[in-house]
Design a protein around this ligand. Structure first.
Ligand code: SAM
Ligand code: SF4
Length: 328
């Protein structure tokens, strides 16, 4: 019954993208001018998303995460959050956001039952924020984080680590996290940008960031007893104040324990961020398919799952869709 792939990996985690649109333009994700976004008709309705989630929960999915594009620009998102959060079988729910709209939406999301947020923030410097995101919304992001903290949300910050750019931000972010009780998670720059700017030399690697943190703040020790299926390797500062995490898809891929399945906003199931193939579920949803056919689509996606991406190999082929259109 459970979703186990041909390599024995149990899949209980579904990431759902609710839109491919975004209100900012991080250079490593989106171009300034996006040639076209999906139309309203092309993206799944809340009812369609709920149906896929319900069928997936029946197959053992226990964790959901909403993402995008920027999920907070999807109209009435708290309505979807509330429905998914109450769905039988779902034990854990999170949202990944750039927090530009969070100040106004934190309370409705809290009331809808959401408790965990991953906020994307690469720098604490307003000018650098504008340089990276091509928008001037640093103040709104910080206000959003504060509003969410005041309500009691558990927050992690995701910072994308690009070499020769993000080094000055590593320490200020960690210090901010230590002060505010927020885990900063540094994400190695991945080949998922829309403009093909990635190359391995542009990745700020986990070991380099660890060295910077140890030198500037103090020694860190890897947190023992890590859940092998969690993507981040966590370290705590030896002075007992705070921790940081690393999502090191390039230098230390974690594919062997991957438990994730993805649903794009246009209704495609994917077994990996880097997958080339995907399974159309929207056609089933809109073609009158029975739940058993949606189950089959989910199972066949899991069956097709590869052992892992090959970022570090000559054979690597970047997926045909950039991060914002897959759902990061
Ligand atoms: N807009 C939301 C946000 O930025 O958090 C959700 C979608 S975004 C695509 C999800 C995550 O992808 C972000 O937190 C960002 O850190 C990460 N991301 C985007 N482009 C990336 C890249 N090329 N390499 C590594 N991480 C990336
Ligand atoms: Fe938007 Fe998130 Fe992509 Fe930045 S990373 S452009 S916030 S979707």
């Amino acid at each position: 019954m459970a979703l186990i792939d041909t390599f024995g990996r149990l899949h209980d985690n579904l990431r759902i993208s609710v839109t491919d649109r975004c209100n900012i333009r991080c250079f490593y994700c989106m171009p300034e001018d996006v040639p076209s976004f999906l139309s309203r008709q092309e993206i799944l309705s809340f009812e369609e998303i709920e149906r896929v989630a319900r069928v997936a929960a029946g197959l053992g999915v226990r964790k959901l995460r909403l993402t995008g594009g920027e999920p907070l620009i999807r109209k009435d998102l708290p309505v979807l959050v509330e429905k998914l959060n109450r769905m039988p079988g779902i034990e854990d729910m999170g949202l990944t956001t750039n927090a530009v709209l969070l100040e106004g939406l934190a309370k409705p999301l809290w009331d809808a039952g959401l408790r965990r947020l991953n906020v994307h923030l690469d720098t604490l410097d307003a000018a650098r924020f504008a340089q990276i995101t091509r928008r001037d919304d640093f103040g709104r992001v910080m206000a959003g984080i504060e509003a969410a903290l005041a309500l009691g949300f558990r927050i992690k910050i995701n910072a994308v680590a690009v070499k020769n750019l993000c080094e000055p931000d590593v320490v200020p972010l960690a210090r901010y996290g230590r002060e505010r009780g927020i885990e900063i998670r540094y994400i190695e720059f991945m080949p998922l940008d829309a403009q093909g700017i990635w190359d391995k030399g542009k990745v700020l690697l986990q070991d380099d960031m660890l060295a910077i943190l140890a030198r500037e703040i103090g020694p860190l020790t890897e947190v023992p007893g890590r859940d092998p299926r969690a993507p981040a390797t966590e370290y705590r500062f030896d002075d007992g104040i705070g921790r940081v995490g690393f999502i090191s898809s390039v230098s230390k891929p974690f594919c062997l324990n991957c438990n994730r399945l993805r649903l794009t906003s246009d209704g495609k199931l994917r077994y990996c961020l880097f997958a080339i193939d995907e399974t159309d579920v929207k056609g089933l949803l809109r073609g009158g398919a029975a739940d058993s056919e949606i189950e089959d689509a989910i199972r066949s996606t899991i069956r097709a799952k590869w052992l892992g991406h090959e970022i570090n190999s000559q054979r690597f082929v970047a997926p045909p869709r950039p991060m914002y259109s897959i759902g990061g």
